[in-house]
Design a binder for this molecule. Structure first.
Ligand code: GLN
Length: 274
């Protein structure tokens, strides 16, 4: 079968599942045929081997069963960088890029120590360090697999020397040094909205009944871990602005602000340690 036809069939098989069925088909087939995605349309007339056609069918079956594309593809672009992801690790979301941009703006080119709580694939921490050349960072996560993924992504980006990663929860994490910046994208999805969650790690998404379970400890512990005038920035759900603002102020943060994402939704809370 010619590549043109394989692409068309695969795109059609994915159309009820995917927002971008033809893009996914191109990406999948370019990897499996060992060609660059940009070149795929110059090669539409090549004959595709039977084993690749079978793999494409297998891929469509998995996708139609809800398996995330990026787990199959093995990487996800975030802040212009490719991050390795695999099942068991939260897939970076584009809205979180605003957190990185905002954090970089806050430090105004200074070299800082940053802590990422719930580091996952490392997308926030590592894209920050990639831009802020003299800064150093620590990432913690309760998942060993997430920590290993961050370590691997750090190595791929040449950042290993400036990053330390620990398997730890918030309470168990102790350190002698303090930080200039604490960031986190904690689990904040309301449990009732996760009934159909099958493949992404629950511990990265489940914020309890109202989604807010993690924030009290996160805010309190971050205050303790920050230098005076250090900055905390956390991702929140769009309906949590008021509540997160109050919590930050109650815990002694000043200049607390709710920040919006590119869709103009409340998405982050920022405060300065007094
Ligand atoms: N924004 C993510 C989603 O809706 C949730 C991220 C999180 O819980 N930290 O899938």
């Amino acid at each position: 079968m010619k590549l043109r036809e394989v692409l068309r069939n695969l795109g059609r098989d994915l159309k009820d599942t995917s927002d971008s069925p033809f893009l996914e088909s191109e990406l999948f087939l370019s990897v499996h045929l060992g060609i660059k995605k940009e070149d795929i349309y110059f090669m539409e007339n090549i004959e595709v081997q039977e084993d690749v056609i079978l793999q494409a069918k297998e891929f469509a079956k998995k996708r139609n069963n809800g398996y995330p594309f990026f787990y199959i593809y093995g990487k996800r672009e975030f802040f212009g960088i490719n991050f390795k992801v695999c099942q068991g690790v939260f897939i970076p979301r584009p809205e979180t890029e605003v957190l990185v941009e905002y954090a970089l703006d806050c430090i105004k080119g200074k070299e800082v120590q940053i802590l990422d709580i719930g580091v996952g694939s490392g997308c926030i921490l590592l894209s920050f360090l990639h831009e802020s050349k003299g800064s150093r960072g620590v990432g913690i996560d309760i998942s060993q697999l997430a920590c290993n993924t961050t370590i691997e992504n750090a190595k791929n980006l040449g950042l290993s020397e400036r990053v330390e990663v620990f398997v730890s929860d918030l309470r168990g994490f102790t350190t002698l040094s303090k930080f200039d910046l604490v960031v986190s994208n904690p689990p904040y999805v309301k449990r009732k909205n996760l009934l159909s969650l099958k493949f992404e790690p629950r511990e990265a998404l489940d914020g309890g009944e109202d989604g807010f379970d993690l924030y009290p400890a996160l805010v309190k512990r971050s205050f303790e871990l920050l230098h005076p005038d250090g900055i905390a920035i956390f991702e929140i759900d769009s309906d949590m602005g008021e509540r997160a603002l109050r919590l930050m102020e109650l815990n002694g943060f000043k200049d607390v602000e709710v920040i919006r994402d590119l869709a103009n939704m409340n998405r982050f809370i920022k405060g300065v340690r007094s």
